[in-house]
Design a protein around this ligand. Structure first.
Ligand code: HEM
Length: 159
């Protein structure tokens, strides 16, 4: 991690009077920089960088950007047949320059802080802060709240 990021995070975490905070401490005390660091860490390192879904019924998938097929046909939607396995790549959508801008690959927690605006293309994405880190919808991660709290506790321990 960059030294400036570490210094800023440490300064914020020193506002805790204990290295063993309770769950209530976590939810009541505002730690905006820690939130931003966790969000940015998950954006660039989504753990499950991709996951698979199986279409239970046929559907038509509209495409944001049309694609050319090898046969030279321009498609703005894709037919998905029942039983098709669809790969959802959160790593791609979390790091695409077309979505997050030219600095998409950089670890920049500041992009999440007040006064910064997440790009409009990112705002259109569903999921945890416009990432698919925990998937989305009825089969989204059940341990999201637990995982996020644990990640924050881990940052506190070296203090
Ligand atoms: C940062 C840590 C974690 C990440 C990034 C994560 C991410 C995900 C993702 C992407 C899925 C959907 C997988 C799929 O559709 O194939 C999922 C499902 C799930 N996760 Fe997590 N997870 C995390 C931690 C946890 C923890 C700590 C627990 C339990 C305490 C947990 C419990 C579950 C369960 C039960 C499901 C299946 C939900 C269902 O199919 O209805 N996860 N997780």
């Amino acid at each position: 991690m960059q030294p400036e990021t570490q210094d800023r995070l440490r300064a914020e975490l020193m506002s805790f009077s204990t290295t063993e905070p309770s769950y209530d401490d976590f939810v009541s005390l505002a730690l905006p920089y820690l939130d931003a660091v966790v969000r940015e860490a998950l954006r660039l390192h989504p753990i499950l960088s991709e996951f698979l879904c199986v279409a239970l019924e046929g559907d038509i998938l509209p495409l944001t950007t049309p694609i050319w097929t090898p046969a030279g046909e321009l498609l703005d939607k894709l037919p998905i047949h029942k039983g098709t396995v669809v790969t959802v790549s959160s790593y791609y959508t979390n790091t695409a320059k077309s979505i997050w801008g030219e600095d998409a690959a950089e670890f920049k927690p500041e992009r999440w802080l007040d006064g910064q605006d997440v790009p409009a293309a990112a705002k259109e994405l569903p999921g945890y802060h416009h990432t698919m880190v925990f998937s989305d919808g009825p089969r989204a991660c059940l341990g999201k709240g637990f995982a996020l709290t644990e990640m924050k506790v881990i940052f506190l321990h070296p203090l």
